[in-house]
Design a protein around this ligand. Sequence first.
Ligand code: FES
Length: 351
Amino acid sequence: MPTLVPDTVASERIALPRDCSFQPDDWHVLSRSWFPVARGEDVAGKPVTARLLDLDLVVYRTNGVARVARDLCSHRGAALSLGWVEDDMIVCPYHGFHYGPDGACRSVPAHPGMAISPKLRITAFPVVERFGLIWTTLNGDEKPVLPEFEAWEDSDYQSIMAPTIDINGSAGRQMEGFLDVAHFAWAHIESFGDRNNPIVPTYKVTRTPRGIRADYVSSVSNYPKGMQHLAPPDFEWLRVFEVFPPFSARLIVHFPDGGRLWILNAASPVAARKTRLFCPLARNFDKDGSVEAVHQFNLQIFNEDKRIVESQKPEDLPLDIQMEAHIAADRTSIAYRKLLKEMGLGQLYVS
Ligand code: FES
């Protein structure tokens, strides 16, 4: 019986990793999307490692420009991340081969002056640096497809890059948790939620050209505990969620007096059940306030979520709506699951 291979596979830059933890079809779909693999500020003089969709990557800069390649020398398979950068080339630590930004080998120090085989090249991936993050795609188009997060580049806003968070859970589960509005009174009582305010008012979810949007109005404050007196009594909090599939979502929280807090939840699927969360923030108030306090509050909230995500079973997000029970408050997560299904991800689970 012939094996069915999707048309797209033939044109892919890179094949399924040997130790792939995803369903093969899901991996092929996800490998066409763009994901963040490092914070720009973490990539300076030395190459650093990253992992995306079970593939080891090296992230580095040449003349200030971010580069991403497979962390694998084409000569004897040594990790390029153990090497260093010279001019616009990365140098392998084993025999000193030099590779240019296009991946081609430019120097074999053992044989200077001899022709270099075109086979001697590393796999270099498209890269863009935006919102303080270095983004790449394994098999997607060169033209980046990123979430929208304009406040990061708006001079009226202060941009703050939160520390990354590593989660032993799937990116789908993490994303759904970020979109969930019924858990504030339960999972977040230490940070901002109120056990006495669990009711979720009806809200609307709409389709957008890129994904979905949910406008959620409630009385749940977004101030940390101890600062909640800052909002006027009866203030109505608007939270606008926008999903950019598969694993990015933007939340704009409307504070009193025109204050806006933008949060980008960019979940990078390291493996089927491992996620690195990147989280740039931007705000147009308290711009002289403590950045460290923002980091701590953000970390507290995401760690409260992490505890839940790492406990969920099945670990992957069931895209078959019948597989879990739902309540009215779950309308965003139901729409999100449908969106992932439309992308061509698995009928039962996706990570
Ligand atoms: Fe990299 Fe030999 S393994 S140069």
